[in-house]
Write a protein that binds this ligand. Structure first.
Ligand SMILES: O=C(O)CCC(=O)C(=O)O
Ligand SMILES: [Mn+2]
Length: 381
């Protein structure tokens, strides 16, 4: 039977997104990265323009409390071709990225949050992922079994995304982390979205050979608020496409500390992460991650210092990993979940393979198998 995506491609033309995704995912020979937009450099690209954010939206003290530089110092960019898309090149204050890395590795995988390892292990076994992994990670052994932390692929927060039905529901909710909400509320306000409510989070953990399939994030019930995405650790290539798979995507590097905002008409565009770029031998960790906090934390600030001991584990993990946090508002103001929800999800058909970090497949059975295998720790040894 022809999959929905294949049928659509036959009807409308070639799946350009998939062709380009495959080019960047190729390992041998490695892809040509010369067309990938690099916002960390002086960008000279016909599609890119610098965007001045209104710095009066967020006071410098509020930015500092969230571990961010004053908004007037942020380097923000837009794309002519993708209105509503905003790229903020590492606005974090020195030392504050470490807090988020530690939260993603040590705090957020803890119960009651949900992670891929829960699909195949008992709650007792997925308790204390950090504690069960640190000794092995600290040791410099060349070959050893993968730790649970290295098998972690995703964690969900707040309204926990259901990968099977592609829905959120009122009855599967746990409190959203306050620190990540404060950061997201501040970033959203700076981008012109005051009152943003962080209601669901999907954290993605990429190893050097991981990718994230082509998908649209449309399961949230309200799309007027932006989707925020934060990157830490190794650099990824991010592909931003159009509303159709036939639209060729734009490629850009996402480096440690970069923030991406998908709002307005870019909120529902196809996107994917085809590859993680191997770190240069001379600089295995991005220098911005090595910085320690310059000043004493401001009062009421959310950034906690990370101990040398914890950072040793985090930095070792990041030598071969990228961590990404996405934060979403699920419901509009005053909106509630419908009492009976259909298992819709439409064009998110490819995103389920996210839990497996593999390229999209149009075949549902194959997808289900992938998800089952790759969200499980045993398949990834
Ligand atoms: O890792 C990324 O940069 C993208 C993540 C993403 O698209 C998602 O979680 O929906
Ligand atoms: Mn996404």
């Amino acid at each position: 039977m022809l999959g929905k995506m294949a049928a659509s491609v036959l009807e409308h033309g070639e799946d350009q997104f998939r062709n380009i995704f495959r080019l960047y995912r190729r390992r041998n020979p490695p892809p040509d990265l010369s067309q990938v937009i690099d916002f960390s450099r002086n960008v000279q690209h016909e599609q890119v323009f610098a965007t001045e954010l209104d710095s009066s939206r967020v006071h410098d003290e509020a930015a500092s409390r969230a571990g961010l530089r004053p908004v007037k110092d942020w380097r923000a960019f837009s794309l002519q071709t993708h209105p509503g898309f905003l790229f903020i090149s590492n606005p974090f204050l020195p030392g504050s990225q470490q807090h988020w890395v530690k939260q993603c590795l040590k705090a957020y995988p803890q119960k009651p949050n949900v992670c891929n390892l829960d699909m195949h292990m008992s709650p007792a076994e997925t308790e204390n992922i950090w504690e069960r992994s640190v000794d092995s990670i600290r040791k410099k052994e060349k070959s050893r079994p993968k730790t649970l932390l290295e098998k972690l692929r995703w964690v969900t927060l707040g309204y926990h995304y259901n990968w099977d039905t592609k829905t959120y529901s009122a009855d599967h909710f746990t409190p959203f982390p306050q620190d990540l909400h404060s950061l997201s509320e501040t970033v959203a306000a700076a981008c012109g979205f005051p009152g943003f409510k962080s209601e669901a989070g999907i954290l993605n953990y990429y190893r050097s050979d991981s990718s994230l399939g082509i998908h649209v994030d449309e399961s949230e019930l309200n799309h007027t608020f932006p989707l925020l995405s934060y990157s830490f650790g190794q650099t990824a290539v991010f592909l931003l496409g159009g509303t159709k798979r036939q639209d060729p995507p734009t490629a850009m590097f996402m480096r440690s500390g970069d923030i991406m905002v998908m709002s307005g008409s870019s909120r529902l565009l196809y996107h994917a992460v085809p590859c993680i770029i191997p770190a240069p031998a001379a600089q295995p960790l991005p220098p911005c991650l090595d910085q320690r906090q310059e000043k004493q934390p401001v009062s009421g600030g959310i950034i906690q210092g990370v101990s040398e001991e914890d950072w040793e584990v985090c930095s070792r993990y990041l030598l071969t990993s990228r961590v990404n946090m996405t934060v979403r508002q699920v419901l509009g103001a005053g909106q509630t979940f419908p009492t009976t929800q259909s298992a819709a999800g439409e064009s998110r058909e490819v995103s389920e393979s996210r839990s497996g970090y593999d390229e999209e497949s149009e075949d549902a059975a194959q997808n289900a198998k992938k998800r089952k295998n790759e969200s499980g720790y045993e398949a990834d040894s």
